[in-house]
Design a protein around this ligand. Sequence first.
Ligand code: PLP
Length: 491
Amino acid sequence: MKYFSTRNSSKKVSSIEAILKGLADDGGLYVPESIPEIDIDLLEGKNYKEIALEIFRLYLTDFTEVQLKNMIESAYSDQFDIENLVDVKKVDKQSILELFHGPTLAFKDMALSILPYFMVEAKKIKNVNEKTIILTATSGDTGKAALEGFKDVPGIEIIVFYPNEGVSDIQKLQMLTTEGVNTHVVAINGNFDDAQRSVKEAFSNLKLRELLKEDSFVFSSANSINIGRLIPQIVYYFYAYLEMIKQGSIYKGDSIKISVPTGNYGNILAAYYAKEMGLPVEKLICASNENNILTDFINTGQYDTNRDFVKTISPSMDILVSSNLERFIYQISNGNEQLIRDKMNDLKENKKFEIEKELVDTIKKIMIADYVTEEETLKTIKTCFEKTGYLLDPHTAVAYSVSENIGENILVVSTASPYKFGDSILKGLDINTDELDVEDINFKISQLCKKSIPKSLVNISEKEIKHHRVCGINEIEKTIKEILKVGSKND
Ligand SMILES: *Cc1c(COP(=O)(O)O)cnc(C)c1O
């Protein structure tokens, strides 16, 4: 399987090159030259890791079967607190796909625990001796998952930029207490979009890349712009479908609707790939919080970032520029790279773009988009808990709420453990948190969901803060140089 940029299909690269580069040189995102089909009957009776192998071998053809198996075994190990990595739970009429059983308690672990293995193996195969610098912008969860994944991996240095005021207390503590000799965490005085834009600019900054090359450093990305993030995320949709059959929630062959709490559009794009591969999906439900730019886009064709950025209780979805939308528009326009170049240029120049009605209609055939307010999100957490005893984190609550009046056979994707956003959940349940510290909140959550506090969070506020750097929006390049100790001769 070859890959090329959404903005230029003439230059093909191998899967390992695509993973090592992260972003194409022209600023586009790598896509597979075709989406492979798979026979679901083949996957029946297989466990999570076996399904992963079947999916990976279709996309990651530069690795041998043995290499893939070894990487799957190493990555998907006992860091996950359940045997099959993910769980499907029937809650009221919906089935909830819990993707938060990994080491950092968010769905990002599904891909970021294996991406480092892909990279290290790819470097070996290609004989790359340079040090890989993983540059990552995070709205909270990618950062920690990437830090854990890449921590102390030889030949790799990881730098994470997060919005100083834009993550939850637990998310911040999780990141700032990360150990490892190759980890760097930087608070940026801006929001997630600022962080993501600056990181993308650093990527495309040829002068900076030349300078780094002199010291044998090359950039790569752990963000969902990296195709190595996307492919592992396809796996759990197949697993969940088979699990729904097993649990008697659907019959074999039934079409399902999948509700995804969406930010950078990576998770829902993986669901779209699964559908194109043959998973019976009737509709994808793109659920947003008050940053409802995707709702507007899918319903009207207009993508306009000239609007206020809202800080919500589901911060991992506080995004106005969703990178993976580029891949999605590429796919549904049948690979119209000229269209992508034009629209992405509009976005850069005017901070907005618009697509034709025909294309909007195509999107609407497979997608429903809606959003919920903060108030509705809190109410959903409360009513769901009172009715079923199940605790939804605020991101999951958004997807749950949007899916409530959309019929049957619904799979709601749960992207974070309630522990990551305990504060907001307690507010939803009308519990006053003014006097509570992080440890108190964790204790309360454990009482409510009747499960013990995850090991990684026990006494987290007593762990040593290892990272103290703060930088301005325009200081990313300078910060990278300082961390890597390059370019000081000329500055
Ligand atoms: C990253 C994240 C999202 C958004 O996922 P995308 O793939 O960026 O759309 C939703 N919820 C949580 C908890 C996340 O960490």
